[in-house]
Design a protein around this ligand. Structure first.
Ligand code: URA
Length: 432
């Protein structure tokens, strides 16, 4: 019989839990024996006390043990690759990376999550595509990676169900940004879904869960160590999330931007990250190429249209309509204009993320439905020069009232000044 209150109390007071205790707690939560309120209290205790590396490993194993695990590489006889982000604003990278890598002949299989807090989730973005199914069975998942070369699915009842349930709870109980909980959540999905080589994009800055490079390194190292213990090849990119990635924030709007990037017309920062991730994934794959050659092949796949063809094949394989016109559009588009001339000195990612969430692009409670059409398009980014009255951003809204609120919030995210800001690299560090 599990005594959840006793375990919560021990963690609250800074004690350590054994692997058996953590497994019981996690499996108890997955089965319903441990209620939401106790698990929320436990996560809050972890927020303040953290987990040791042994506890983080035990938590990861417990998540994996709540469902089935696939040995994708063995089933396909190929090295399957995967990419995952710790969460950011405007981060649609996986949606562009997956078909580019597949077009280069490398199988890509990923289990993804939904939006968390102010950050968007790949599954929510993909569900803006009419008909797209994220809930494939494991057999369908493996068959699709084998036949189409690419699949991105949600956590099914079979794969890491404990993380699926806990992820939704953390989202609405302010218990997301713990290194140990993020590391266990991400790596359990990566290990259970069976990819052999993984590129992790650890976001750093205002719009990320890790606000400093130092914290991001701690998270990256925790995930590298979990990957190593599971025998996976892992590379971590530490990338800037002080401003939104690309221009678009919001589900269908981000899909348009991902498709433009796959076609070679994406925003420069987003394109750079996509190509950097593809280059690393191809270098980790069984193609036997280095990073430089990986980048060349990824660029080639974009230029010759094979990446776009792979995207269309992938979306059709999961029941979706790859035609961009099929994506939903918001009825109201309002403009955010520059109140003065000068340079964009900062564009607060978290403020833009919350503005998009309040427009309906994210969830405030577990039960909230998402409005796939709404969001923000940041036409001007850090370092851009603007004249007074020029367009800074667009707010795509369901009605005039939410559009007006959105305009106010997005304007508050912009800091304008006379001098251009110092340049900040997008890829801040690479750990492997
Ligand atoms: N992404 C995940 O999959 N899990 C987290 O906890 C945070 C980001």
């Amino acid at each position: 019989m599990i005594h959840a209150a006793e375990l919560i109390q021990r963690k609250r007071d800074g004690g350590e839990l054994s692997a058996d205790e953590l497994r019981e707690l996690v499996l108890g939560y997955a089965s319903g024996a441990v209620p939401d309120y106790q698990m929320a209290a436990f996560c809050m205790a972890v927020m303040f006390r953290g987990l040791t590396s042994a506890e983080t490993f035990a938590m990861t194993e417990a998540f994996i043990g709540s469902g089935t695990r696939i040995e994708m590489g063995k089933l396909l006889g190929r090295r399957v690759v995967d990419k995952h982000s710790t969460g950011g604003v405007g981060d649609k990278t996986s949606i562009a990376v997956a078909p580019i890598v597949a077009a280069c002949g490398v199988p890509f299989g990923k289990m993804s999550g939904r939006g968390l807090g102010h950050t968007g989730g790949t599954l929510d973005k993909l569900e803006s595509i009419p008909g797209f199914r994220v809930e494939l069975s494991l057999d369908e998942f493996v068959a699709q990676v084998r036949e189409t070369g690419v699949a991105i699915i949600g956590q099914t009842a079979d794969l890491v169900p404990a993380d699926k349930k806990l992820y939704a709870l953390r989202d609405v109980t302010a218990t997301v940004d713990s290194v140990a909980l993020i590391a266990a959540s991400i790596m359990s999905k990566k290990i259970a879904a069976g990819a052999d080589a993984i590129v992790l994009d650890v976001k750093v800055g205002d719009g990320a869960f890790m606000k400093t490079l130092e914290d991001a390194r701690i998270l990256a190292e925790a995930m590298l160590s979990l990957g190593e213990r599971a025998g996976r090849k892992v590379v971590c990119l530490l990338t800037d999330m002080d401003q939104p990635l690309g221009h678009a924030v919001g589900n269908a709007l981000e899909l348009h931007e991902a498709i433009a990037t796959i076609r070679g017309d994406g925003p420069p920062d987003f394109t750079e990250l996509v190509l950097a991730a593809c280059a690393r994934l191809l270098a980790l794959s069984d193609l036997g190429v280095d990073e430089g050659e990986g980048r060349r092949r990824a660029e080639q796949a974009v230029q010759d249209g094979s990446a776009l063809a792979a995207y269309e094949r992938w979306i059709r394989a999961q029941g979706g309509d790859p035609n961009e016109d099929a994506l939903p559009a918001a009825p109201v588009v309002a403009q955010v204009e520059a109140p003065r001339g000068g340079y964009v000195r900062a564009l607060g990612a978290i403020r833009v993320g919350y503005a998009a969430l309040r427009l309906g692009a994210g969830r405030r409670t577990k039960e909230d439905a998402i409005d796939h059409a709404v969001g923000v398009v940041c036409r001007r980014k850090r370092g851009d020069e603007v004249a007074a009255g020029e367009l800074l951003a667009e707010v795509h809204a369901r009605d005039e009232t939410s559009a007006a609120d959105g305009v106010r919030e997005v304007l508050a995210a912009y800091e304008l000044g006379d001098e251009p800001p110092a340049r900040r690299a997008l890829v801040l560090d690479v750990l492997d």
